[in-house]
Design a protein around this ligand. Structure first.
Ligand code: AMP
Ligand code: ZN
Length: 114
């Protein structure tokens, strides 16, 4: 999608601090981090949210989650713990409608989230 911010990060038209890449995914640092580690993992293909991705390509969703785990290991937070979040829809705070897993950690995380 030409006017999608995260499609532009995939294509390289918008710069990002890339942490990790696979054939079908890209992981990069959130521009407004909410924790010491805050990385977004996205599929290269455009899907608007996690439910749409699950319906369209379950294997790609599995790869996205494997990559989220690899990001956590690479950041050294797999032992202490981390959270994977898919905000879905406006009321949940989704602002970019290209599915992305937030990988958050490096400090104690409150539960329930706000
Ligand atoms: P959400 O609100 O769940 O849709 O998450 C979108 C996330 O994208 C927010 O945490 C933003 O800080 C982040 N974000 C927006 N623009 C950029 C960008 N150019 N590079 C990296 N992260 C971004
Ligand atoms: Zn997109």
């Amino acid at each position: 999608m030409t006017d999608c911010l995260f499609c532009k990060i995939v294509s390289g038209d918008v710069p990002a601090k890339i942490v990790r890449e696979s054939d079908r995914t890209v992981a990069f640092r959130d521009i407004n981090p909410q924790a010491p580690t805050h990385v977004l993992v996205i599929p290269r293909d455009h899907h608007p949210n996690v439910a749409a991705l699950a319906a369209a390509d379950a294997e790609l969703l599995a790869e996205l989650l494997r990559e989220a785990g690899q990001v956590a290991a690479g950041e050294g937070i797999d032992g202490t713990g981390y959270r994977v979040v898919f905000n879905t829809g406006a009321q949940a705070g989704q602002t970019v409608f290209h599915v992305h897993a937030h990988v958050l950690g490096g400090r104690g995380l409150n539960w329930p989230p706000g």
